[in-house]
Each structure stands twice: as C-alpha cells, then as structure tokens.
Design a protein around this ligand. Structure first.
Ligand code: F6P
Length: 394
C-alpha cells in the first residue's frame, strides 16, 4: 500500500447510504494501514478552508476513525455534510482566496452573463497541505464532473456515484435509488386510502429533474401511471385516462406519479430562485400545475402529495447499504492497486470499475422505447429476460 492518507467527501443532495460508504472506507482503510480524512461540506471543504485557522480547519476537516464512524451507517444523510460547490466555476471567491489570482471566464445562462473563477489551484494546494494521496468523491453527476477534472490535473481520485435520480452515466445503479423507491412506494400505498376516501385523483411528485428513473420505478412497483422528463405526454389523453381509471376503480380514485422535470406537450415546468453552482434552478411543482388543469377541465377533485425530500430521508435500505459498502470496498481495492480516475459502478448487473463519466454528456436518461409505454403512460413490463437486475444498461 503506497497511499497512506485518503480524503473523502460527499457532494450534492444527500441520500441514505452515504454514511455506509464513509464507515466502510474507514474500517477497510484501517485494516490496510490507511488514514482517512473527512473533508466536510463537499468541494466547499477544499475551496473555503483556511488550514492555518483552527476554527476553519474544524469546520472543514474531520479525521475519521473506527470510533467516530462506528454507528454512522444506521442513519441517513451524511455526517460530513454536503454542498453544491463547483470549484471550476466559482461565482464569488471565498474569503480565504480573496485578492488571489485565478483563471476567470464569462458564462452565460438564461441570457445572464457572469464572471466565474476556477480555483482548482487552491484545491490542489489544500490537498497537498493535507498531505492526501487519494481522494474519494461521493456524488451525483455534478459533483463527479469536478472529480473527473481534478483527476485530470493530477490528483488521484476515485468516484462513487450516488443520487436518488439514478442518472449518473456509466453505471446502472447509484446509491440512494433503492431507498428512494422503497420510501415512495410505502408513501403511495399508505396514501391510497386517503385519496380513495375522498374520491380524488392523487398526484405524487418525486425528484428527477432530468431523468425519470425515480418516477418510473416507483410506478413500476405500485402499478401506477407516471410522467417522466424524457417523454412529453398529451395532456388531454392523460386526463382522460385518469378520469376513466377513477370511474372503473371500485374505490373511485386514480393516481399518477410525476418527475419534477416532467412536462406535457405545450407546457414547460417553471423555475424559480438563483441557479446553483452547476446552473440548476429549483423547479415549481408540475404536480400542482397538472392538478389545476385536471380541476379546470373535468371538475374532478385532486390532491397533490410532494414526496421529494422524504425520499432522501431516513436510513438506507438493504440494497443501498449493500451497494454502498461494496462500492467502498471496491474504492479501497482500487486505491490499493494504485488505480485512479475511475468510478465504482454496476455494469450489466455486475460490480465494476468504469471511467468517471464525461460531464459533457450530461445525465443518463430513461430509454423510453424499452421502458415506457408511450400510449398508456406506464412502465413497460415486457421483454425483461436477460436484462440486468436494475432493468437498465449504462
Ligand atoms: O440532484 C438530485 C436531485 O434529486 C434533483 O433531481 C433535484 O432537483 C435536487 O436533487 C433537489 O435537491 P436540492 O433541493 O437539495 O438541491
């Protein structure tokens, strides 16, 4: 084992299972003689830290050991905290870097041009001062896009994919996805009685700004209709189906699940607030908009249930703990073998190490033809023999 000090950080939205990765890295690391240093608050930990200042050091650096990670896998979230920080496109220099010279460029998003700084030089300096040989970055496509960039400029990085959206390229599975679907499934099965008691059309909104996996797989296991960003449904057909299904249901209700980024023909989901470090603004509720359309067009009563953050909450299920611990073990094996620039993944249903996805390709999308019934607005259940366990190929 050449590498002795491993940094680990979590970026982007939290998911259940992150703490299992952290704990297993620490435990496995201690068995093969590695120190593990927690970098707190994602990439912010490497852009904002002032290593000379004890308070800043405490805020951003947490040495990990078996004692302080022993029980962390029992809860969701991340003990290291998280942030959406993009060191290659900082809109403002952190106080510790003010007055220093960094490459800057202009970016234009939605017609607004702003200056951004690439502070990778400071990130590398902090990594050097912390004496880190390796970095394990756990994140979704945004966080991992910087992991790929950092590896290219000389830091040895292993990426671990997590997101309840399951939309990181080059892997069929991201930590958090199974727990999110289990949570959504439980909530929907519970809420059927309240929707039915009031004879309503129930609309459930789940996360998934670019990809519809979360809505689609929840629909798959609850036998429900869904709308996903990859396919624009016809509004009138959708409403007709929901009204007809309600009338045929002895309990007089019907349900649909909507990805936050789902749209119908002629409709664009509205956004609000400032863009985050990766250019994303929050989306208004497509479910509320659909609810208004249904009420106006049919007079039917509707109810909207926003499941979004609840799907990220609570402790990880069996699948996420298993995948998280396995990805952690794989990351340590990779480090032990001197590999870097790679991501732990599931490919063709098997655990594997793959390239960190090219950020230019954007998030992975649902294959509409094989997975979505474009006439019935439902998941497809046919032709699954030979398909990997998570029903998709990356
Ligand atoms: O990035 C994953 C995700 O689930 C997106 O689909 C969603 O827009 C986002 O998280 C919301 O998270 P937050 O409000 O914490 O930024």
């Amino acid at each position: 084992m050449g590498a002795k000090r491993i940094g680990i950080l979590t970026g982007g939205g939290d998911v259940p299972g992150l703490n299992s990765v952290i704990k297993t890295v620490v435990y496995r690391g201690s068995e093969i003689g590695c120190e593990v240093i927690g970098i707190r608050r994602g990439w912010e930990g490497l852009t904002h830290v002032n290593l000379q200042d004890p308070a800043s050091r405490t805020r951003y650096v947490l040495p990990l050991n078996r004692e302080n990670t022993r029980t962390i896998d029992r809860t969701g979230g991340t003990i290291l905290h998280s942030s959406r920080t993009n060191p290659s496109k900082m809109k403002k220099l952190p106080p510790v870097l003010e007055g220093q010279d960094f490459p800057k460029s202009e970016t234009t998003k939605n017609g607004v041009t702003s200056t951004v700084w690439d502070v990778s030089k400071a990130v590398l300096r902090n990594i050097q001062l912390l004496n880190l040989d390796y970095l394990i970055a756990i994140g979704g496509d945004d966080t991992l896009s910087y992991a790929a960039a950092l590896d290219k400029v000389g830091m040895k990085v292993i990426a671990v994919p997590k997101t309840i959206d399951n939309d990181v390229r080059n892997t069929e599975y991201c930590i958090g996805f199974s727990t999110a679907i289990t949570r959504a499934m439980d909530a929907i099965e519970r809420q059927r009685t309240t929707v039915g008691s009031h004879e309503r059309i129930g609309l459930f909104r789940v996360f998934g700004r670019d990809a519809g996996y979360t809505a689609l797989y929840t629909a798959y296991v609850t036998s429900t209709r869904c709308c996903i960003p990859e396919f624009k449904v016809d509004l009138q057909s959708l409403i007709d189906m929901l009204v007809t299904e309600k009338a045929h249901n002895p309990s007089n209700y019907s349900l649909a699940i909507l990805s936050e980024g789902a749209e119908w023909e002629g409709y664009q989901v509205k956004e609000y607030g400032d863009p985050d470090a990766f250019g994303h603004r929050k989306k208004m509720s497509v479910a509320e908009d659909l609810s208004n359309e249904i009420r106006a067009k049919t007079g039917e009563d509707t109810i909207v249930s926003d499941l979004t953050y609840d799907l990220r909450s609570g402790s990880a299920d069996f699948v996420d703990r298993m995948v998280a611990s396995t990805f952690a073990g794989m990351a340590l094996d990779a480090i032990d073998e001197g590999k870097h620039g790679l991501m732990t993944a599931i490919s063709d249903g098997c655990f594997s190490l793959v390239g960190i996805p090219d950020p230019k390709l954007g998030p992975r999308k649902v294959d509409v033809e094989s997975m979505y019934n474009k006439e019935r607005y439902r998941p497809r259940y046919d032709h699954k023999i030979g398909i990997p366990i998570f029903l998709t190929r990356a």
